[in-house]
Design a protein around this ligand. Structure first.
Ligand code: NAG
Ligand code: NAG
Ligand code: NAG
Ligand code: NAG
Ligand code: NAG
Ligand code: CA
Ligand code: CA
Length: 364
């Protein structure tokens, strides 16, 4: 009777000790000198449903390295160039491992130096020696827009068969996942169809230039009213079970309400049941009180249904501020930025991913 109990106690103590040791290990490994910066290793094609990992590069220099790497990968997957006989395809080491060695070499890529250089470029409205949430959001938005436009230009080149700098609907080839099955999500998808194309064609000349094509690929970030209207229509189409072109309460409650909770929470805390809360918002959106939501009535909340680049830019700025604003005055001084540089180079919002995804410890 005594022995099993003793063994049990020993095992428990050993486990506790292990936990304590691990606990001590983590704060140490959070020390910035034990971090390694990691480039975004992955490349994904533009998709209408942005994935959870939506990271906007903070430093244009890193963005540039990442984009060049991405371009190369993109070229590889789009134009498979057969290697000449006898010639061995060379792995592009200079773009993959060396880039990370470069940014982790404090003498070559000096994060303090980067902060000194970037701070005055972010602190502009007004230039008062502090970076506000708005300034950081605007900076993130600019970085995101540059990156998105770069990818759009690349896509445009691939689709523009006659090389006139425009994409016609005949030239456009929808992504393969949308071609194979036109009811992938249980409804007839409107994305990448002619109606979507026409809505993106701001001047109606039948061709998309770079701006229009960028809107076509990222409708939620567009300011083209035709396209916003199309996006609302598409939201309805996805949930319109009885196919009458509008949403009744049940279709709204089952399909749309969940995505609108943030709107709903801000406007009303009084109703207690889910359905009652949903009903209050429904009444508010249903301007003509006919018991149905139409595409025009969805317009005021379309930004909540499709997170825009602005949403991510602000989310990332909020996160960075929460981590680096040491004196909690709601803005960042240069010295706060210099003291927390790694927050800027790894801004992600999923705490769990923090260690594995963006950093690895240097104990290897
Ligand atoms: C992206 O990364 C994940 C794991 O991080 C991996 O499983 C996947 O294959 C990668 N995709 C590409 C296209 O490299
Ligand atoms: C990085 O730059 C700062 C400021 O220019 C300088 O004080 C520091 O010594 C540099 N660090 C390294 C490792 O070069
Ligand atoms: C799309 O689905 C419809 C049936 O819902 C079918 O008649 C049509 O041929 C499909 N189109 C393509 C391009 O697969
Ligand atoms: C798109 O616009 C063209 C004219 O530029 C027109 O011929 C075509 O019918 C329109 N298609 C749709 C689905 O609206
Ligand atoms: C594309 O066309 C639209 C509509 O005419 C125009 O507003 C926009 O500036 C053009 N973009 C470029 C890059 O030429
Ligand atoms: Ca063309
Ligand atoms: Ca501060």
């Amino acid at each position: 009777m005594g022995r099993p109990v003793a063994v049990f106690i020993y095992i428990t103590l050993a486990l506790l000790l292990l936990l304590v040791l691990r606990g001590h290990h983590s704060p140490g490994s959070r020390n910035l000198h034990h971090r390694r910066l990691k480039l975004r290793s992955n490349f994904s094609f533009p998709s209408p449903t942005p994935s959870g990992d939506h990271r906007i590069p903070f430093d244009p220099l890193i963005a540039d390295i990442e984009l060049r790497r991405e371009d190369r990968e993109w070229e590889r997957s789009h134009f498979e160039i057969p290697s000449a006989p006898g010639e061995v395809a060379q792995p592009e080491w200079e773009d993959f491992s060396d880039a990370e060695d470069y940014i982790n070499d404090e003498e070559r890529f000096n994060v303090t130096g980067r902060m000194l250089l970037l701070f005055p470029r972010i602190d502009v409205a007004p230039a008062d020696g502090f970076v506000s949430l708005e300034e950081l959001t605007e900076w993130n938005l600019q970085q995101a827009a540059k990156e998105v436009m770069h990818r759009t230009a690349r896509e445009l080149e691939a689709h523009d068969k006659n090389r006139d700098g425009f994409v016609s609907f005949a030239e456009y080839e929808p992504p393969s996942w949308s071609r194979n099955d036109n009811t992938t999500f249980g409804y007839e998808m409107g994305w990448w169809k002619e109606e979507h194309f026409n809505a993106s064609d701001l001047d109606g000349d039948g061709l998309l230039n770079k701006t229009e094509f960028n809107d076509f690929l990222h409708p939620a970030d567009s300011s083209n009213p035709k396209l916003m209207k199309w996006l609302c229509k598409e939201e309805i189409r996805e949930r319109d079970k009885d196919k009458d072109g509008r949403l009744n309460f049940q279709e709204y409650f089952n399909g749309l309400f969940d995505s609108l909770r943030n709107v709903e929470e801000a406007s009303n805390h009084l109703a207690n049941s889910d359905e009652a809360r949903a009903n209050i918002l429904f009444q508010k959106l249903d301007k003509d009180n006919d018991g149905f939501l139409t595409e025009d009535e969805l317009m005021p909340v379309i930004g909540n249904l499709h997170p825009s680049e602005h949403f991510y830019a602000k989310q990332q700025a909020d996160y960075v501020l929460s981590q680096a604003d040491a004196d909690k005055d709601g803005r960042l001084s240069l010295s706060e930025m210099i003291q927390h540089p790694y927050v800027f180079y790894s801004a992600i919002f999923n705490e769990e991913d923090d260690d594995d995804f963006d950093f690895h410890d240097e104990f290897r």
